[in-house]
Design a protein around this ligand. Structure first.
Ligand code: HEM
Ligand code: HEM
Length: 467
């Protein structure tokens, strides 16, 4: 039988770097949370809230999120195609270029160079680095799929391809700009067109970075973790195509009640509500895979992370469409409710699924048993509690804030001033900081467990063959 030389070295390196950027994300997240309640923490001009916030969001989405997807895509594509990577050299180049890009991004953002478009803050020279990085990645994955030795394409490969193509199109269209100096450019679009393109990019970044890749990971690792095949391949493919089709129309739900034409807003609203179906197609597929396996929620720490992860995805994709309805949007838009929504997805859905996948992989690629399952369980509870404190306190905060902004006296004047509503937020912001600290401790437990596994866990050499 022909043996395949899987490249696990690149997977190991990307996992290490993505975890490093994950720690940066959470550390900065905790710091900016406390900066909001303790302004004296804005102690240095380059480390104020305004400069650090985009560092947090970029490190979270591009460093921790995409960095982990690089690792996991490289692992999954080799296993699902039963073939080695198309180019080990290109993957190695991509690893170093990835870190160079993230560092350049962080430095330029700290220096205040920004396009001021959310999630696309990087100025044009860094944009070019991102494009080179993505092209290298896409070529390597696509060419590996082309030379696959497994005729069937499992649904994870479809989600991976969607993400590769989707991110490329979104990024390039939104990056159209006119450079006027080395670190300053102006958008090629003007006014409402600019806003429309930006949020078409913004929400589809959620689709192609924070939805399609974690779904690829979920569909691959749930059967691996449970030992049971996915409930329905047909449902997974139907959910895939309908999700990809519908997401592309929803961006303007970020622009409800703005000068963007009404029909564009209504279209986005309708497609957002329709998105419940394909999103829940995957949630049901996950739950039904657990038929007869629910006892594993008690016994198998990987299953806990994955099932809680898909549950947060399910909740997120009910809450999101609700926020996209004009009447509800007019209430919660601009309030603390929205970061509550974001972090149920970021700290709940995306991160829980990533933790599970990394726990599954590390013992395989190091050929050692996980150092401590009790520590993995402790990690699970810490991040779950931390995330719930974060999201729930901000949802309550958002509702109170919206209520106070909308309250009116009989004569039509506002009941509360902006400042009165503002100071009411302090207790919730403290709670967010505390939730963030608990989450951070959880991540440190995770890292200790992984380091101990890599350094001294019980050898399990056969693990590599059975991976
Ligand atoms: C059916 C799926 C979803 C729909 C229809 C949806 C809808 C929305 C809406 C309407 C907003 C704007 C809220 C406002 O500012 O008034 C929003 C914000 C956001 N959502 Fe979702 N959401 C969905 C799923 C997700 C998922 C899975 C994530 C993953 C983490 C996510 C991440 C975000 C982020 C990051 C923002 C903040 C954007 C900003 O900076 O303003 N969403 N979502
Ligand atoms: C302990 C964990 C975390 C803490 C304490 C934290 C804290 C924060 C804070 C304070 C903000 C600013 C909110 C505002 O402007 O009102 C924020 C925004 C954001 N964070 Fe986090 N964060 C954490 C984890 C993460 C992770 C893991 C990710 C991504 C994978 C992430 C992605 C984002 C995004 C996309 C936003 C922008 C939200 C918006 O515009 O509504 N965060 N975070």
């Amino acid at each position: 039988m022909e043996t395949v030389n899987y490249n696990y070295a690149i997977v190991r390196s990307f996992i290490t770097w993505s975890i490093i950027w994950g720690v940066v994300t959470v550390l900065v997240g905790v710091l900016i949370s406390f900066q909001l309640v303790l302004p004296e923490l804005n102690f240095a001009p380059y480390l104020t809230y305004g400069r650090l916030r985009p560092i947090h969001t970029n490190a979270g989405i591009f460093g921790w999120g995409i960095g982990s997807f690089f690792a996991l895509f490289y692992y999954m594509v080799q296993r699902l195609c039963r073939t080695s990577l198309w180019s080990d050299g290109l993957a190695k180049f991509q690893l170093w270029f990835f870190n160079a890009t993230i560092i350049t991004a962080a430095v330029t953002l700290l220096l205040g160079y920004t396009t001021s478009k959310e999630y696309h803050e990087l100025e044009w020279p860094v944009d070019i680095m991102v494009v080179i990085l993505w092209v290298a990645f896409a070529i390597n994955i696509i060419m590996t799929i082309v030379k696959r030795r497994e005729p069937q394409m499992y649904v994870s490969l479809w989600f991976m391809l969607a993400s590769l193509v989707g991110v490329a199109i979104l990024y390039l269209v939104n990056a159209a700009e006119v450079p006027v100096s080395l670190f300053k450019s102006y958008s090629a679009y003007a006014g409402t067109n600019d806003a429309n393109v930006q949020w078409w990019f913004g929400h589809n970044a959620v689709a192609m970075v924070l939805t399609a890749p974690p779904l690829a990971v979920f569909y691959y690792f749930l059967p691996k973790a449970t030992g049971a095949p996915i409930y329905s391949h047909r449902l997974s493919i139907v959910a895939f195509w309908s999700l990809i089709f519908m997401y592309l129309w929803t961006g303007a739900h970020h622009l409800l009640w703005t000068p963007v034409p009404d029909w564009v807003q209504t279209l986005a609203m309708a497609f957002s509500v329709m998105l419940i179906a394909p999103s829940w197609g995957s949630v049901f597929n996950g739950y039904l895979t657990m038929n007869g396996q629910w006892h594993q929620m008690r016994e198998n720490y990987l299953v806990k992370f994955l099932i809680l992860g898909i549950t947060f995805y399910g909740l997120q994709t009910l809450q999101g469409p609700l926020q996209a309805v004009r009447s509800f949007s007019s209430f919660i838009h601009y309030t603390e409710w929205v970061p509550g929504h974001v972090h149920m997805g970021a700290m709940g859905w995306v991160s829980l699924v990533l933790f599970a996948a990394i726990y599954y992989l590390v013992p395989k690629i190091y050929g050692r048993e996980l150092y401590s399952i009790p520590l993995a369980n402790l990690h699970f509870w810490l991040v779950l509690v931390g995330q719930l404190i974060y999201s729930i306190s901000l949802w309550v905060a958002g509702l109170q804030q919206a209520g106070m902004w909308h309250a009116m006296n009989n004569d039509g004047s506002l009941t509360y001033t902006f400042m009165e509503a503002f100071v009411e937020m302090y207790p919730y912001w403290w709670m967010r900081g505390v939730g963030g600290l608990i989450y951070l401790v959880g991540i440190l437990v995770f890292i200790v467990n992984l380091i101990k596994t890599a350094q001294g866990g019980k050898p399990a050499p056969e693990a590599i063959q059975n991976a």
